[in-house]
Design a binder for this molecule. Structure first.
Ligand code: GDP
Length: 196
């Protein structure tokens, strides 16, 4: 059973004026490309292929809004591993992300997806800094944890927790092995519920 049986892709925004109405409550999920963000969204929401819609050409440099329920949204902030894109695209993307964090009153929390094999890259740190411009709970998913031994995964978890301190909560996650899915869902549901 899907957690959100009526979940659907709502729209992709290239500009702030295209954002949907700022009402209800939404949770943003960000991650460097290839960190496993789309797989994590699919696993958390319980719908195969949902986040594939953010990967279709043209949608990788926009903010993608998914409707979970009529007043709850999951917001996919893709592709901030933009080192290879032209400077004007990078600038546009940065401005779009900044206005998103600046404006959205309905934003209740941000999840940041990092590859457990090399977390806290410069790009991850930039994303955390951006989210920290708001008083928001931040939760880090250390993805692809199945690629590490149990002891290496636990070591990464404790090191990342230590590095982030009170800035964010952190957990191990694997879309493949389905580890940490319930824990991530609980965070999502709590943030949505706390905002009513
Ligand atoms: P995105 O670019 O961050 O949205 O990343 P994707 O979800 O598309 O994943 C990138 C690649 O990593 C794909 O080949 C996935 O199959 C793989 N991947 C994603 N999550 C996991 C995971 O938990 N474990 C393993 N082993 N591979 C994963």
């Amino acid at each position: 059973m899907s957690l959100f049986p009526h979940v659907k892709f709502l729209l992709g925004a290239h500009q702030p004026k295209q954002f949907p109405m700022d009402e209800g409550c939404e949770v943003a999920i960000a991650g460097r490309s290839n960190a496993g963000k789309s797989s994590a969204i699919n696993a958390i929401v319980g719908r195969q292929n949902l986040a594939r819609s953010s990967k279709t050409p043209g949608r990788t440099q926009q903010i993608n809004f998914f409707e979970l329920t009529p007043l709850n949204r999951l917001v996919d902030l893709p592709g901030y591993g933009f080192a290879k894109v032209p400077i004007n695209v990078r600038r546009h993307w940065g401005v779009l992300l900044e206005s998103y964090f600046d404006q959205r009153q309905s934003l209740a929390g941000a999840m940041v997806v990092m590859d457990a094999r090399h977390p806290l890259t410069d790009i991850d740190a930039q994303m955390l800094d951006l989210a920290a411009t708001r008083v928001l709970p931040i939760h880090v998913l250390l993805t692809k944890a199945d690629k590490l031994s149990r002891s290496a995964a636990m070591k990464t978890l404790s090191e990342t927790r230590k590095a982030l301190g009170a800035r964010a909560t952190v957990q191990l996650f694997s879309s493949t092995a389905k580890t940490g899915v319930e824990e991530a869902r609980e965070v999502l549901m709590k943030w949505l519920a706390d905002r009513g």
